[in-house]
Design a protein around this ligand. Structure first.
Ligand SMILES: Cc1cc2nc3c(=O)[nH]c(=O)nc-3n(C[C@H](O)[C@H](O)[C@H](O)COP(=O)(O)OP(=O)(O)OC[C@H]3O[C@@H](n4cnc5c(N)ncnc54)[C@H](O)[C@@H]3O)c2cc1C
Length: 369
C-alpha cells in the first residue's frame, strides 16, 4: 500500500540526478535509500568538467542548499572556449568567461563528492546492482537485485543512467548508437609538461573540427587536460581495425593517420597524451521519449532522456532530481507527486532532446564546413 506519511522511496543510481533527489528529500525530512552498483564512491574516475547552468544545475543545487559550496569549488574562468582551424590551429572563434556569464565549471568528481557528503550516512548502499523493477498490483514496486534478493518500495526512481534497468518497467525504448564515438585521453600537469597544448586550450576548452573528426580538449582542475578525439566511425572501430586499445603505440599510429593534414600542434593530442585511450561510443534515446504513468515507478536523468553530450544532460538530471523531490514533498500522495513531476519533466526533456539532436552534427560535422 502507498503510505503518504512514511513512504519507502528507493533511488537506483548514485549519479548526479539520483543524489540531488536524495539530498532534497532528506532536507525535507524524508527517508530515502540509494542503491548503487559500484563498490564505493571512488570505484572509478567520474569524468570531465561540467558547466552548470543557472536555471537547471545551479537551480537544483540552490534547492539542495549547496550552491555556496559549489561556488567555492567551481572555476568561473573555465567558461572560456576557443574554436581553432584544423589545418593551422589559428583561432576561428573565442569566448571569454565574462561574455558567457553564469556557467562556472566544476569537475564531475568534485560535484558528486559535494552531493555525497551532504547525505545522511548510510543513505547510499554501495555494491547493490539492480537487475530490474516490477510494478505490483497495489501500486508499489518490487526492486530486484543481482544477488537474487528483492525489496518492495512505494516508489522506485530509476536514476541509473543510459542503460537503465528500471526503464523497461515504463517503456520499451532502447538507446541507439549515434554514429559518433569519443576516444578519451588525458594530460597531467599541462602547464609545465605540455605548455603549448595548455596555451591552445586556455582556461576552458578548445574545439577543432574536420570532416568526420573533431578534437575537443578541456581543462579540469589540478592542471589536467581531458581530450576527446571524436570520430564518425562504427562503434567498435578499433576491433574492425584490429587495434588493441591497450596498445597505445598502435592506437596513436592509427589515429595519426586519421588526422593526416591537421596541424602538428593539434596532432600532439594524439601522439603525446599521458594516459591511454578509452573508447566512449555515444548513444541516445529516441526523441521524443515518453511513457504512460505507471504507479510506483518513474525515471530521471539519462534513464529518462539520454541525449547527445552538448552540455545539458547532467544539468537536466539534477533539475529532475530536485523537481521530483519537491513534488514528493508537496503532494499528499506518491501517485499525484509522480504525475506532477512527469507533467513537468517529460515536456521539458522532449524539448531539450529534440533541440540537442542536431548538436552532434555541429560538434562532429560529417563533411568539412
Ligand atoms: C563525454 C560526455 C560529456 C558530457 N558533458 C556534459 C556536460 O558538459 N554537461 C552536462 O550537463 N552533461 C554532460 N554530459 C551528460 C551527462 O554526463 C549525463 O547526462 C549525466 O551524467 C546523467 O546523470 P544521471 O544521474 O542521470 O546518470 P549517471 O551519471 O549515468 O549515473 C547513473 C548511476 O547509476 C548507477 N547504475 C547504473 N546501473 C545501475 C544498476 N543496474 N544498479 C545500480 N546502480 C546502477 C551508475 O553506476 C551511476 O552511478 C556528458 C556526457 C558525456 C558522455
Amino acid at each position: 500500500m502507498n503510505s503518504a506519511r512514511d513512504p519507502r522511496i528507493a533511488i537506483v543510481g548514485a549519479g548526479l540526478g539520483g543524489l540531488t533527489c536524495a539530498r532534497v528529500l532528506q532536507q525535507h525530512g524524508r527517508h530515502v535509500t540509494v542503491f548503487e552498483r559500484e563498490a564505493s564512491a571512488d570505484a572509478r574516475p567520474q569524468g570531465g568538467t561540467l558547466d552548470l547552468h543557472v536555471d537547471t544545475g545551479q537551480a537544483a543545487l540552490r534547492a539542495a542548499g549547496l550552491l555556496d559550496r559549489f561556488h567555492a569549488l567551481a572555476r568561473p574562468e573555465g567558461e572560456e572556449w576557443r574554436v581553432l582551424d584544423f589545418a593551422d590551429a589559428t583561432l576561428l572563434a573565442h569566448q571569454g568567461p565574462s561574455a558567457v556569464g553564469g556557467r562556472p565549471e566544476i569537475d564531475r568528481g568534485q560535484l558528486r563528492g559535494l552531493l555525497l557528503d551532504s547525505l545522511t550516512e548510510g543513505t547510499v548502499r554501495w555494491d547493490r546492482p539492480v537487475t530490474g523493477a516490477t510494478p505490483l498490483p497495489d501500486g508499489t514496486c518490487r526492486l530486484l537485485f543481482r544477488d537474487g534478493t528483492a525489496e518492495d518500495f512505494d516508489l522506485v526512481v530509476g536514476a541509473d543512467g543510459a542503460w537503465s534497468r528500471i526503464r523497461p518497467a515504463l517503456s520499451q525504448a532502447a538507446p541507439r548508437y549515434t554514429g559518433v564515438t569519443f576516444v578519451e585521453t588525458g594530460f597531467d600537469h599541462c602547464d609545465t609538461r605540455h605548455p603549448d597544448l595548455a596555451r591552445l586550450v586556455g582556461n576552458g576548452s578548445m574545439l577543432v573540427k574536420g570532416a568526420g573528426r573533431s578534437l575537443a580538449a578541456q581543462r579540469n582542475s589540478n592542471g589536467h587536460i581531458r581530450a576527446y578525439i571524436a570520430l564518425r566511425e562504427p562503434e567498435n572501430w578499433h576491433v574492425a581495425a584490429g587495434i588493441d586499445l591497450d596498445d597505445q603505440r598502435a592506437v596513436r599510429t592509427y589515429l595519426l593517420r586519421m588526422f593526416d593534414g591537421w596541424d602538428e600542434s593539434l596532432r600532439y593530442v594524439l601522439s603525446n597524451s599521458d594516459s591511454g585511450f578509452i573508447n566512449r561510443p555515444l548513444f541516445v534515446l529516441p526523441a521524443p521519449h515518453t511513457w504512460e504513468h505507471v504507479p510506483g515507478v518513474t525515471l530521471l536523468g539519462d534513464a529518462a532522456h539520454l541525449m547527445p553530450p552538448v552540455g545539458l544532460g547532467a544539468n537536466l538530471a539534477m533539475l529532475d532530481g530536485s523537481d521530483l523531490a519537491h513534488a514528493l514533498v508537496a503532494e499528499s500522495g506518491i501517485g499525484d507527486a509522480v504525475r506532477a513531476y512527469e507533467s513537468i519533466m517529460l515536456p521539458r526533456s522532449i524539448e531539450a532532446a529534440t533541440s540537442s539532436a542536431p548538436g552532434l552534427d555541429h560538434l562532429v560535422p560529417a563533411t568539412a564546413s
